[in-house]
Structure formats: C-alpha cells, structure tokens
Write a protein that binds this ligand. Structure first.
Ligand code: ACO
Length: 309
C-alpha cells in the first residue's frame, strides 16, 4: 500500500508521511494470510540458511501482538504448519520489542544447555488491528515476518549482551482498549476504533528516543564495546526521525544504520528480524561484526541486543 493509496482514504499526503515518518510503502497481507503463514515462509528461509532440519528444532518462540487466535499460541500453529515434531513453543507479546525479548529469552535458555536449536520469529499482521479511518496511525503500519535460528556452539560469535525494560504505567499511550476481558467485544457496541491500535504518537516518540538510546548504551557498556566498534545498527523501524535521533545520540553516522522503513513501515515484532535478514542477505554483515539491535513499543516496552556475527 503506497502513500498515494492513503491519500484516497484519509486526509493525508505523501509529503507529510515521508517527511514525518520516512515511510513510502508498506506490505498488507491478504485475508487468507496470517501471522503463522508469514512465519512459515520466514522460518523455512532461516532453516535453509542455517543448514538446519526441522527435526533439529527443539524450541520455537513467536513474538507477536497480532496472533492467529486468542488460543492456542501462534507458536503452536507454526509448529504444525512447519512440521517441527521435536519442539515446544510459546508466544511472547512485547509489541515492537517482541523479537528482542524473544531473542534474549531464547539465548538464555540455549545457554543453559536445556535447548539446542531454537527458532525465534517476529511476525505481525497489524493491518487487522489498524483503524483505516485514523490518519494518526493507519499510515504507519505494515505486515511482515522475520525469523532466526539460535544454536549453541563454541566460538566468539553469539549474543553478547541484552537489555529489556518495560513501564506499564504508560500503557495507554499505545494500546487497543477493546477486545480483552476488561472491555470484551459485544454484539451491540460501537467500538469507534477502540478495538484497533490507538496511539499518542508525540508522547510515544519522546519516550522512544530516550529509552532506545539508553537501552543501546546499556548493552554496549555491559559488553565493554564503544559505539564506534559497532559495524551495523539494526533499529526498530518505527520512524526515520527516531532512528536519526538514535544515531545522533550514539554519535554514529546514518551509514551505520540499516533502514528499510521506506518500503515496509512499522511492522512491530517483525521489524528487527526483517531488517536483520535483509542486511545479512545484502552482504552488509560480515563474520565477527558487532551488530546492535534496539526496539521500542506498546507496553511501553523497550530493549536492545548486541550480537557478534
Ligand atoms: N497526515 C497528515 N497529518 C497528520 C497525519 C497524517 N497521516 N497524522 C497526524 N497528522 C497531523 C496531526 O493531526 C497533527 O495535526 P494538528 O497539529 O492539527 O493536531 C499534526 O499532524 C502533528 O501531529 P503529531 O502527532 O505531533 O506528529 P508527529 O510529528 O509526532 O508525528 C508520528 C506523528 C509519526 C506518529 C510520530 O509521533 C511517531 O512516529 N511516534 C512514535 C511511534 C512509535 O514509535 N510507536 C512505537 C511502536 S508501535 C507498536 O508498538 C505497535
């Protein structure tokens, strides 16, 4: 869906969207394609790249806030569709920071030796929870999935440090009010968009800049790495201006940041693994590189991860 498509449905313009967000296009899944379907495509590509058979996977963690069903978890649906006979799986709901939460959790579980080969997936069908009458939010979101395989192995490469944080006091800055047990769906109620994503964008923006920077600084300090030693930053793609602020704060040029927001918009949990995969397939990441990821989303929740490729 292009910015021109949005000009036809809400009072907006390509100029406003590009200058305020950096977004030009986003991908919208059709009605028969759900988070599990996008996850299966991404996971097959990840398994192939890792040279890993589906039988070897013993853990599957799906980060999403737009699951196929309320019950069961999307991880279980993906397990069945992919055919992972030896795995257990569950979902992680941490909005745009979901993938980094999943990666951090899985890294710890693999480190203990309890699990050997895990799939971590970030997947969202945000179009199903977007109010296409609200110009404040509808131009921002897209659908996508990304996946990585995490394995235990000797050597320098791996997850170096992670940082996770949430602050539920700010949960109403970015939420879907209707649809849970507090405000269940009813048959005679007009939701007026309250069952879709609602966001106070400018308030979220300020916290996002501050906390994503702090999270990035924390993982670098914990690892004893300076920002100049980072080869590539893969930030959550919510707004190009947030990414520019992060670059300025970390004293890094924008050439160190992988950007694909122009083509995909904000894909929440899928954003970081999608960009990471594209950077990898583009040959941007080399063996031994330090790659820094940072994300921020509804909860509010944020986090970062430093990995050695
Ligand atoms: N087209 C034209 N005008 C618009 C649009 C639009 N699509 N959207 C908002 N505006 C208007 C507003 O109505 C407002 O008009 P007013 O001054 O007459 O009231 C004006 O533009 C400015 O609005 P702001 O909200 O101050 O605009 P801002 O510069 O903050 O940009 C944005 C809005 C893009 C949402 C920005 O605040 C942002 O990116 N916030 C952070 C989003 C984020 O990181 N979310 C976290 C992840 S999402 C998740 O977890 C699912």
């Amino acid at each position: 869906m292009t910015n021109a498509d949005f000009e036809k449905i809400v009072d907006t313009s390509d100029e406003w969207i590009v200058s305020r967000t950096g977004i030009r296009e986003r991908r919208i899944a059709d009605s028969d394609t759900h988070c599990s379907d996008m996850s299966v495509i991404a996971s097959r590509q990840a398994l192939e790249m890792a040279g890993c058979s589906s039988k070897e996977i013993d853990l599957i963690v799906v980060a999403t806030v737009t699951p196929d069903y309320r019950l069961p978890s999307t991880a279980c649906v993906v397990q069945e569709k992919l055919g992972l006979p030896n795995a257990t799986g569950f979902d992680v709901a941490a909005a745009c920071a979901g993938f980094i939460n999943g990666l951090s959790l899985v890294g710890s579980l693999v480190e203990t030796g309890r699990y050997k080969k895990a799939l971590v997936i970030g997947t969202e069908k945000l179009s199903a929870f977007t109010n296409y009458r609200d110009r404040n939010t509808c131009v921002l979101f897209g659908d996508a999935a990304g996946a990585v395989v995490v394995t235990a192995q000797e050597g320098e490469s791996g997850i170096v440090s992670t940082f996770l944080k949430s602050d539920g006091r700010m949960r109403e800055m970015l939420w879907a009010e209707v649809g849970g047990t507090v405000n269940p769906y009813t048959t005679d109620y007009t939701y007026d968009g309250r069952d879709k994503i609602m966001m106070n964008g400018s308030d979220v923006f300020k916290v996002a800049v501050r906390e994503m920077c702090r999270a990035a600084e924390k993982v670098l300090a914990e690892a004893g790495i300076s920002s100049e030693e980072v080869a590539l930053v893969v930030p959550h793609q919510a707004n190009i201006r947030i990414i520019e602020a992060l670059a300025k704060r970390l004293k890094l040029g924008m050439d160190k940041f992988y950007i694909n927001i122009d083509r995909y918009g904000n894909t929440s949990s899928a954003s970081v693994p999608l960009a990471l995969d594209q950077a990898n397939r583009d040959g941007v990441i080399k063996s031994g590189d330090y790659v820094l990821m940072a994300a921020f989303g509804g909860g509010l929740v944020w986090g970062s991860a430093l990995v050695r490729w």
